[in-house]
Design a binder for this molecule. Structure first.
Ligand code: ADP
Ligand code: MG
Length: 176
């Protein structure tokens, strides 16, 4: 049976970066197959677990060259990304929306800010602190949980797929 979840021990940030690179490769395949695909990915874990660090490595692994800062105060930061389209002449344009909902005062603040439309645009949403929205967000295709390991720089990072699209992405990570 195909695996729909896994946990990886990352001994240092470079391992977290390598895992983010694998997710980037797998997402690239997905968008090459369907340029209008959309994925929702949660990033869960305590303060300092490495959610923003993982998001930064992922967005940069997809070729974004600018700064990836924490969306703590803005709630959401968009990142335009060009995916190599293989045989086709034009690159595939998608947008990664990186959310940090920690500072929301109301569970529906993300909707009032006009962010709902980002949840089906070509690309993906990465959401830190989804629990602050108290179940009002669209379903997550993939849930990523980060927990502290046994020393300062180690983390355990778990992936769980909840949809057929999410399962394909996870299987492609495991196949690398
Ligand atoms: P969060 O967004 O979960 O609050 P951050 O990503 O902002 O956490 O902070 C995580 C901190 O831990 C960063 O300073 C990062 O450099 C550090 N760190 C050390 N080791 C790791 C690791 N293996 N994976 C991710 N981050 C790590
Ligand atoms: Mg963060």
């Amino acid at each position: 049976m195909a695996q729909n979840s896994f946990t990886q021990h990352c001994r240092q940030e470079a391992d977290t970066s390598a895992l983010a690179q694998k997710l980037a490769n797998s997402l690239s395949h997905l968008f090459q197959a369907d340029k209008n695909a959309h994925l929702n990915i949660s990033l869960e874990g305590d303060l300092g677990a490495g959610k923003t660090t993982f998001a930064r490595h992922l967005i940069q692994a997809l070729g974004f060259e600018g700064r990836v800062k924490s969306p703590t105060y803005t709630l959401c930061e968009p990142y335009p990304i060009q995916i190599n389209s293989g045989n086709l002449p034009n690159a595939i344009s998608i947008t990664a929306h990186h959310f940090d909902l920690y500072r929301m005062r109301d569970p529906l603040e993300w909707q009032e800010a006009g962010f709902a439309e980002h949840f089906d645009e070509p690309g993906f949403c990465l959401v830190e602190w989804p629990e602050k929205a108290e179940g009002t967000l669209p379903a997550f295709d993939i849930e990523i949980h980060l927990t502290a390991g046994d020393d300062e720089n180690s983390r355990n990072i778990s992936f769980k797929a909840n949809s057929s699209q999410g399962k394909i992405v996870i299987q492609k990570i495991n196949a690398q």
